[in-house]
Design a protein around this ligand. Sequence first.
Ligand SMILES: Cc1cc2nc3c(=O)[nH]c(=O)nc-3n(C[C@H](O)[C@H](O)[C@H](O)COP(=O)(O)OP(=O)(O)OC[C@H]3O[C@@H](n4cnc5c(N)ncnc54)[C@H](O)[C@@H]3O)c2cc1C
Length: 505
Amino acid sequence: MSLHGMLSWLVVKCPWIPVLFLIPCCIIYDTIAFIRFRWASIFHSRDTRRHEERVQHVQEQVREWKKSGSTATMCTARPGYQSITLQTLKYKKSCQKIEINMPDIISIDTEKKTVRVEPMVTIGQLNDYLIGRGWTLPVVPELDDLTIGGLVMGGGIESTSHKYGLFQYICRMYEMVLADGSVVQCSRDHMTDLWVAIPFSYGTLGFLTAVDLDIIPFKKYIKLTYIPVEGLDNVVEVLEKETRDPANDSVEGILYSLNEAVIMTGVFTDECENWRLNKIGRWFKPLFHAHVKQFLKPEDTIPKVEYIPTLHFFHRHDKSCFWLVDYIVPFINHWIFRWFFGWTMPPKHAMIKILKEKFVPPNMLNQFVCQDLAVQFKHLKGLAELSDEMTKVYPIWLCPCNHLLTPEQEKFSMFKWNDLNVDFGVYGFTGVKSYHPVEGQKRFEKYMIDNEGFPALYAETQFTEEEFRQMVNLDTYERLRRELNCEGAFPHLYEKVSKLGRTSI
Ligand SMILES: Cc1cc2nc3c(=O)[nH]c(=O)nc-3n(C[C@H](O)[C@H](O)[C@H](O)COP(=O)(O)OP(=O)(O)OC[C@H]3O[C@@H](n4cnc5c(N)ncnc54)[C@H](O)[C@@H]3O)c2cc1C
């Protein structure tokens, strides 16, 4: 057997062995990134000249591309393995790569309550920086490695999204380099159509170079109430009731089977009842999804309350990437592992992606499902039943989200959004032998089209172009592409996100 064959066997059969061996590399990488970021935020914050030079560098590259008469479309030079999406980004090979080396926080304005950042800043870095100054973001997506650019262009959500909407709704201003090398800034009141069209455009309208984000005061704790619920109808009812309750700052649910869930509601506070304090982020603590499951007791359905340090709460799903790391390190929640090695988790996403792309045969992942599907409450039950019938993957993440566009802005939006939606996150290997990834995905997608829902586009999609157009309204997007000369400069959105489309780039 060749070395590659042996490594491939090891990665498939015992993925935790290579992962544990590579963890020191991840720690070194993270430490260097941390020192570099701290250095930049201490010595270069408010140094807007550095940012301007970087924008000029992007402009020069775009102008050179234009001058060269190249027929290849442009994309960011960020290697595909660094992107959180589980897709292999093959389109990068045929595109002209533009370096967007922009990893810094530019400035914070506590009067206006905004922070200006470059697109490669990660959500983990930004949140640490803000919390150190007594602030945070209204929406702090899970997984520290997500970048601001990726969250704007590809969408972001958190358990506060029922109140503040998706990540894009906390973005006041976008700065972009366009296909002709010029720079524009758009906001809610200036070039509103572009401001609405940038989110979910996946870098197909221009290169993002800066974003102004809303900030809110940081409160030290969240008072979290765990509500165990039995019966799917009750799950939908309780989740909807709590979502519509304005007193809740945070609402999410974890569905452990078709009939059992724990719905969690939270209120941020500076006060804490010490006897109820649970520092869930300490290295030896159980994984969050396992901790929450303990509240599912048929004989005791009374809601329980805990106070959790807010920073720990923000990272609650990070350690096991919801529940995905459990597949790679099956003993991650064992107390011996937690006490001795819990601090090393999670493994770096980029490392797992490299191992996957180099050593895992594609058919090994046929049983793997990774979908975020947004539906209105009235269609949640049907979606849960469909998912159960096809995949039996559990747990499932339930995260309500709001759509906060005014009617004036709404007319530029890609999505028809009539009411509050719930993100239904299916992540895991299905044990259903008859599950077929393409057919399964198509059934999910048909359910979305028939019920005015939409899947998150970072995952693989099987939409034909016609189906894709049925789901989204591309009028404003395509008008802007014509006006901003994007044709030939950037792939079309459908080409970039869809499996069928990507094969044609
Ligand atoms: C396992 C998993 C778990 C997830 N969990 C969550 C979650 O908890 N919360 C959440 O909100 N989301 C979650 N997501 C979705 C994730 O937020 C999106 O996939 C996001 O787009 C990924 O960001 P990234 O930093 O990896 O960006 P990338 O994947 O690198 O970029 C996304 C897109 O944006 C474009 N882009 C990025 N930067 C720029 C730029 N400067 N200019 C132009 N275009 C640019 C890229 O070309 C690409 O098309 C999850 C995804 C996965 C796979």
